[in-house]
Design a protein around this ligand. Sequence first.
Ligand SMILES: *Cc1c(COP(=O)(O)O)cnc(C)c1O
Length: 387
Amino acid sequence: MHGKLRPVGSRVPLPSSVAVSMPWDSAYEAEYCASGTDALAMAIGLAILARPGVEKPEVIIPAYGCPDLVAAIVSQGAEPVLVDLVPETPFMDLHQLSEAVTDRTVAVVGVGLLGIPERLEELAEICNDHSLALIEDSAQCFPPHSTRQRVADFVVLSFGRGKPINLMGGGAMLHRGSLTGEQQRYLEGLPKEKIQTGFLWRVKRVLFNLLMSRIGYLLLERVPGLGLGKTRFEPHGVVTRREIPAGLLSAGLKHQSVRSSPHVLYEQELQCLERAGWVLLGRERFRTAGMSAENPRLRFAVLTPDGATRDEVVRELNAAGVGSNGLYEVALPGVDGIPLSKPQHEFPVAADFAARLLTLPCHEDVTGADVRRIAGILRAVGDLSPG
Ligand SMILES: *Cc1c(COP(=O)(O)O)cnc(C)c1O
């Protein structure tokens, strides 16, 4: 095979001339912004304003996740508080979540990791008991679960590279439309920029999309110093709102909804590995969340029996021209430079999850032949590992 299959990401669409309605139009109002991190920072800013008088506010997040979560929280003067996961799942441990709530907690962030929605109804019960804002971080998950069940107070979307809708950047913060005057003033006080999809934008789009081809990605990976996909902490700058053309959003939505679903074949091909201690993540949750089995996923997520197996599979797949990786590789406390001030416990489950998580490409260029070849490599490694 020539070139390399990229691990994640879909092509940037051309703006469409007709604007369609967004899946959240009936339940939420949208404030568009420069990125998913900006959207999360805005949601946290609003949650802080909803609880006046709380000094040093705290925001609860899972101990395994995107370092941008921490950047967004810190940018609003709040402190991240981590909660460990339920074993063999990407979900927060609800008991530990309840224990982590203090009178300084203002919000809980439920993250739809890799397209698997959090159990937001259960998080909402805890949030209601303590008057906390529930934020659904749906940067990796589309459509957001709250568009089916209007359960979160705020929803975060990202339109960045490697997200379900790629508009070369941007994001959205959805809210219920019942903001206080002070919350409205906070939003209106944020700078706002405008995106133009003129000639330069179109040239950039063509280049972006070229780099997604198998040859393009192989070349991109060879550029030294790019550090593609490396996990690091970057502080967040000024929270910025953004006007995104309706035709561009509409095109992004359409592209996402007609995307193929290679994960259905992955599930068939990899099911046999479950007997050997591998876990195919998400299937059960898709049923309980009422999602279509065909709903496109950002990446196909698997837990290998142990970290050594994960590393071996990643090596073999990459050697065979398949971009595959362990996403963040470490739990949040292990990320270089991460500013966690509140004393944190150990997070053994998140650390185990980080060591065993394997992500497989699941975008529109993954063919049935690719899935079979990838599955063959995994099965070969699975048979060799003891037990
Ligand atoms: C990528 C991501 C973000 C941040 O989105 P950007 O648009 O990259 O700023 C936030 N949360 C999660 C879960 C993400 O995956």
